[in-house]
Design a protein around this ligand. Structure first.
Ligand code: HEM
Length: 414
């Protein structure tokens, strides 16, 4: 369940497998054909303790769960132990230096300037999605174009390229999903997506080096970590990280968040009646959806986690989704409650690798849901939900809804 792409598309079965593991084998040694062995870590306390224990666990080179055959295909393409080498794969001393390049771009002062535009953009996307009729796929017609333009605007890529880049980014992180893949074998899909993204961003880098602009692409193209130009592999990896981490995650949280509200009409009605609960509702949507399902770490020395001895070199998969359903931390964890407080979810991870875009993600969710509350009189299901088949990034990928707009626009949510 936990280590199959399909398992993550079946929430009820996934939840019960995680609950069983948390209770009986919170550190479970997984050996299955075709995948290098690893520890599955499912309890909140163990994941947080590992994430914040500097120096004992490395993020690279084994950063994601992949089959040995996929790993072999990718090694042949890059000649490296991993497909890309960006922040998520880096450890000291590179990690802090590379993270420093964009740190300010995702900090509150820079993001504050985007607030007005985000509200207008949310309104425009809803207009576009409802212009053809009252039924749309909220995931594909609203969440994906909304979130991709945010990252595209910051990077400085044109809106005309959004759909193609989003498709490549989705294939890259969801290579096992039948609707996202570009080829039969996941390794081939990742290779094709990576090469297409590489070609695209090589041209962007050449352009920005010749004609600098006020955008993140220029910042990355001219960055000099350790006082030297960024090596080509790390340079392209940086762009690939931003287009994957920067949109699919938030799109899945938006679609999954709306799906959760539709599944709990009392919660949706309460949010409409008390829009001041929006911020806490968003935190609950993040806990509930946990779009990033896992990251891996490798033990750098003999150590222990939760009383279990871990040997140097052993890999551990941290299942954030399971941690966010841990009954030891979240009362009534299986219930979606928009007023949950406290809500110390780890949808954005913890420690040195904590999500760099967490403020931006929250701002996007706030802008979109504020606009939905303001503009819509009613939202209801209009077809079957489809979940993304991926053990890395999963959630609601298709959400058909019928949107009834208000006759008059209401004032903005304070
Ligand atoms: C709901 C939306 C999002 C979720 C759930 C999410 C989740 C995560 C998680 C779990 C990590 C790894 C944390 C760890 O290893 O402890 C991460 C890292 C990262 N995220 Fe996000 N993310 C989201 C949105 C974004 C956005 C909008 C951006 C903007 C570009 C972004 C950029 C990054 C980057 C650059 C990293 C790597 C940080 C590092 O390794 O130092 N994320 N994210």
């Amino acid at each position: 369940m936990l280590v199959s792409a399909r398992g993550h598309a079946s929430p009820a079965r996934l939840e019960s497998a995680c609950a069983l593991l948390r209770e009986r084998a919170p550190l479970h040694w997984v050996e299955r054909p075709g995948v290098r062995p690893f520890w599955a870590v499912t309890r909140y306390a163990h994941i947080v303790s590992m994430e914040t224990r500097g120096g004992q666990f490395a993020a690279g080179p084994r950063t994601y769960l992949a089959s040995e055959s996929s790993e072999a295909v990718l090694r042949r393409v890059t000649g490296k132990p991993q497909l890309v080498r960006s922040l998520t794969e880096m450890d000291p001393p590179d990690h802090a230096v590379y993270r420093g390049i964009l740190q300010n771009a995702y900090a509150p002062p820079a993001l504050r300037e985007m607030e007005v535009w985000l509200a207008q953009w949310a309104a425009e996307i809803i207009d576009r999605a409802t212009a053809r009729g009252d039924v749309c796929d909220f995931a594909r017609d609203v969440a994906v174009p909304f979130t991709f333009r945010v990252i595209g605007r910051m990077l400085g890529t044109p809106e005309a390229d959004d759909a193609r880049l989003a498709r490549l980014a989705q294939a890259f992180v969801g290579a096992e999903d039948p609707q996202r893949r570009l080829a039969e074998a996941p390794g081939d899909t990742m290779r094709m997506a990576m090469l297409a993204l590489r070609d695209y961003f090589e041209a962007v880098v050449a352009d920005r080096r010749a004609h600098p602009r006020d955008d993140l692409a220029t910042l990355i193209a001219h960055a000099e970590p350790h006082g030297r130009a960024m090596p080509h592999y790390e340079l392209i990896s940086y762009f690939i990280l931003l287009v994957t981490a920067g949109h699919d995650t938030t799109a899945l949280a938006l679609a999954g968040g709306l799906d959760a509200l539709l599944a709990a009409p009392d919660q949706f009605a309460r949010l409409r009646a008390e829009p001041e609960l929006l911020d806490s509702a968003i935190e609950e949507m993040l806990r509930w959806t946990t779009p990033v399902r896992h990251f891996m770490r490798t033990a750098l020395c003999d150590t222990e986690v939760g009383g279990q001895r871990i040997r140097e070199g052993e890999a551990l998969a941290l299942f954030f989704h399971s941690a966010n359903r841990d009954e030891a931390v979240f009362e009534d964890a299986a219930a979606f409650r928009i007023d949950r407080s406290p809500n110390p979810h780890i949808a954005f991870g913890r420690g040195p690798h904590i999500c760099m875009g967490l403020l931006l993600a929250r701002m996007q969710m706030r802008a979109m849901f504020a606009e939905l509350l303001r503009r819509t009189a009613r939202i209801e299901r209009a077809g079957r939900v489809r979940r993304v088949q991926s053990q890395f990034m999963s959630g609601v990928g298709v959400l058909p809804v019928r949107i009834s707009l208000c006759a008059e626009r209401r004032p903005a949510v304070a």
